[in-house]
Design a protein around this ligand. Structure first.
Ligand code: CUA
Length: 484
C-alpha cells in the first residue's frame, strides 16, 4: 500500500452485502502475511459506511466490485473525491478468493473502468493484484484519454459553429421586420438585432451540444450500467452565474439608452397631434392647426408628439414601420405620449395593438408621411372653411369618425346606415318605435345609449361628441337629412 502506514496495521472496512466476499477477502489477507492489515468491519450501504467511519476509523475501504447492491460510484464520490480523502479500492474476488482484481478508480470514470476491464480480458493477462501487498503499489491505470475528449470537444464545437453560421445567414436572408420608417425605429432595430444574434448564439450552443450528446453518447445496446457520478464543478458554476449576469446587465444598459433615444426631444418644437382611439376608429386632432382628421398625416423628418387617449376601452397605437407602440387609455388623466420622427415618405397604417372588442381587427386608419411643402398644402386644404350646413356636415361626418360605423349608402357597418334614415319610423330595442327627427338625432349624438335601434348594440362611445359644438351637430343633421 505505497509504503507504510506509520507502522500501524491498515484498518480495512469492507463494503459488500455478501458475507462470502468478506470471508474470501479475510483469507486472502491472511495468506499474504506480508501485509499488516486488520478488517475492522463490514458494511453494505453508504449510510452504514458513514457511521462506521466514526466508530471504526478505517484507513481503507474495499468495495465489492461485483456486488450490485453496493453503489460503488457513491463510495468513490464520498470517500475519494469528497472530503476526508479516504483510500477506496474496488476489488473483484474470483474463484473464492484465489484471485483478485483490483480497480483503482480514483483516476477513472465509470465508463472507462468497463473499457479497462475489457482490455484486460482481451489481453488475457492474469492480473493478480499487487494492490493489497505493501510496497508494490496499486496498478497503473491509464489516464482518461485526453485525445478522446479533445476529439468530442472539437466535433461538438463544429456542430455549434455550423448551427450559428446557419442561424446568422438565415437571419440576414429573411426580412423579419417591415420597412423602417422612423428615427426611433433605427435604435429599436439595432437593439432587436443584438437580441436576435444573442438568441441565435444561445440556441446553437444549447441545441448543438444537446443533439451531439444525444447522438454520440447514447446508451449502447446491452449497457445497463449507471453513468459516472459527478459532484459539482465550482469553476463552471461561477462562470455560468457571472456570464449571464453580465449579459443581462449589458442588455439592460442598452435597453435604457435605447429608451432614452426614442424619447429624445427634438431641436424644434414637435408637431402636436392628439390621437383619440374609440371602438373602433382613430381620430387625429391637430390643436395648433385646428384640424380634425380620420387619417394621420405627418411631415417627413419632423418629430410628431402624439398625445394618446381613448374614449372607451384601452387601445394601442401601433404603426409597425415606426416600430414604437403605446397604449391609449380612457380617462383624461391618462394621456400617454409617443414621439415619432418619420424618415420615409409613404403610406402606412395605424393598427390597434390591444384587443378592444369585436371589431378590434378592423381598427385601422391610414397614415401618410409627406414632404414638408405637401404637408403645408394639406393643412391649407383642411382649414378651408366649408360652405353650407350640408357640406360642413359631410366634413364633420368624416372628421369626427362617424363614417367608421355609419354608412351613407345603405350598407350596415356597426350602426344603422344614414341613408334615408331621416323622417323614418325606427323600432327601438325596448319594443317601441321612434321617429328619426331633429331631436332624436341630437339625443343620439349627445347620449348614444338612450334609445338603441332594434337589431343593433349599444356600441357608440358615450362621449364621442364631447368636442362637437351644437352648430356642428346642426350641420350633421342637415347632412343626414340630405341623404335621401
Ligand atoms: Cu382598439 Cu383594438
Amino acid at each position: 500500500m505505497n509504503g507504510s502506514n506509520q507502522g500501524k496495521p491498515w484498518r480495512i472496512l469492507i463494503a459488500s452485502s455478501h458475507p462470502l466476499f468478506a470471508k474470501g477477502l479475510r483469507s486472502l489477507l491472511e495468506e499474504r502475511r506480508e501485509m499488516d492489515a486488520v478488517v475492522v468491519g463490514l458494511v453494505a450501504t453508504i449510510d452504514e459506511a458513514l457511521t462506521a467511519l466514526e466508530s471504526l476509523q478505517p484507513d481503507l475501504v474495499i468495495v465489492d466490485y461485483d456486488d450490485e447492491r453496493v453503489n460503488r460510484d457513491e463510495f468513490l464520490a464520498r470517500f475519494v473525491e469528497g472530503e476526508g480523502r479516504l483510500r477506496v479500492v474496488l476489488l473483484s474476488l474470483k474463484e473464492g478468493g484465489s484471485e483478485a482484481i483490483v480497480y483503482d478508480r480514483r483516476t477513472m470514470a465509470a465508463s472507462q473502468i468497463d473499457e479497462w476491464l475489457e482490455m484486460w480480458n482481451e489481453n488475457q493477462a492474469p492480473f493478480i493484484p499487487p494492490g493489497i501487498s505493501p510496497g508494490k503499489g496499486t496498478p497503473q491505470i491509464p489516464k482518461p484519454r485526453r485525445r478522446d475528449s479533445m476529439k468530442h470537444f472539437i466535433a461538438a464545437a463544429l456542430v455549434v459553429i455550423v448551427l450559428m453560421a446557419a442561424g446568422l445567414y438565415g437571419y440576414q436572408q429573411i426580412n423579419l421586420l417591415p420597412e423602417q420608417a422612423s428615427l426611433q425605429g433605427a435604435s429599436i432595430d439595432n437593439l432587436f438585432g443584438i437580441h436576435f444574434i444573442a438568441i441565435i448564439v444561445l440556441f446553437s450552443l444549447i441545441v448543438g451540444l444537446m443533439v451531439y450528446s444525444i447522438l454520440v453518447f447514447r446508451r449502447k445496446a446491452g449497457d445497463t450500467s449507471d453513468g459516472p457520478h459527478m459532484e459539482g464543478n465550482t469553476k463552471l458554476e461561477v462562470a455560468w452565474t457571472i456570464v449571464p449576469l453580465g449579459a443581462v446587465l449589458v442588455l439592460a444598459y442598452m435597453g435604457g439608452t435605447t429608451l432614452g433615444d426614442i424619447q429624445a426631444l427634438p431641436d424644434q418644437k414637435p408637431l402636436q397631434v392628439k390621437v383619440v382611439g374609440s371602438q373602433w376608429a382613430w381620430r387625429f386632432e391637430y390643436p395648433e392647426l385646428g384640424i380634425i382628421s380620420t387619417e394621420l398625416v405627418l411631415p417627413v423628418d419632423e418629430q410628431a408628439l402624439l398625445e394618446l387617449s381613448s374614449t372607451d376601452v384601452i387601445h394601442s397605437f401601433w404603426v409597425p414601420e415606426f416600430r414604437v407602440k403605446q397604449d391609449a387609455l380612457p380617462g383624461e388623466d391618462f394621456v400617454r405620449e409617443l414621439r415619432v420622427t418619420p424618415t420615409q415618405i409613404g403610406e402606412y397604417k395605424v393598427r390597434c395593438a390591444e384587443l378592444c372588442g369585436r371589431l378590434h381587427h378592423a381598427m385601422e386608419s391610414p397614415v401618410k408621411v409627406i414632404a414638408q411643402q405637401d404637408f403645408e398644402a394639406w393643412v391649407k386644404s383642411k382649414t378651408v372653411a366649408c360652405t353650407g350646413p350640408v357640406e360642413c356636415g359631410n366634413l364633420w361626418y368624416q372628421q369626427f369618425g362617424c363614417q367608421a360605423c355609419h354608412s351613407i349608402d345603405g350598407s350596415v357597418v356597426v350602426g344603422p346606415s344614414w341613408k334615408g334614415i331621416f323622417g323614418k319610423e325606427e323600432s327601438i330595442s325596448d319594443g317601441t318605435s321612434v321617429l328619426v327627427d331633429h331631436d332624436y338625432i341630437v339625443e343620439s349624438i349627445r347620449n348614444p345609449g338612450a334609445k338603441i335601434t332594434a337589431g343593433f348594440q349599444n356600441l357608440m362611445p358615450a362621449n364621442i361628441a364631447a368636442n362637437m359644438t351644437d352648430a356642428q351637430i346642426e350641420d350633421l343633421i342637415a347632412f343626414i337629412e340630405s341623404l335621401k
